[in-house]
Design a protein around this ligand. Sequence first.
Ligand code: NI
Length: 151
Amino acid sequence: MAIYQIVEIGADVLREKAKIVSEITPNIEKLLENMADTMYAAEGIGLAAPQIGISKQVIVVNVGEGLVELINPAVVEQSEDQDVETEGCLSIPGVTGDVVRAARVRVQGLNRQGEAVDIQAEGLFARALQHEIDHLAGVLFVDKARKTYRK
Ligand code: NI
């Protein structure tokens, strides 16, 4: 088990487009494990690889319904109806903001076995997936927030 240091806003890696994972090697499996450990240690509900300084398309999410690991994830469908909720990010400590997002999304990607996964998500799970997938495009919630608050 390894806990990575979380990279904070201002770091270039958070603004880069993360690279597609072309092959799921033991290093990627280790990355998934260490990312989950890091997320739990920081009491987050999601983490994207750029947040630990690794520019690869890998995310982990756990909103209390079990750990979801996704490689090369993408939102392939989203509902027209939207919700606004307050979000935070482990890379932007002390700041929260109200972000409008699709209420429901369909996400496709690969699991650690390299199998295609197809997820229908709503509520907090949908929001967390959108937030983490944004990280892979170099987008942070403060870019989208209609209002931000400093704790
Ligand atoms: Ni974040």
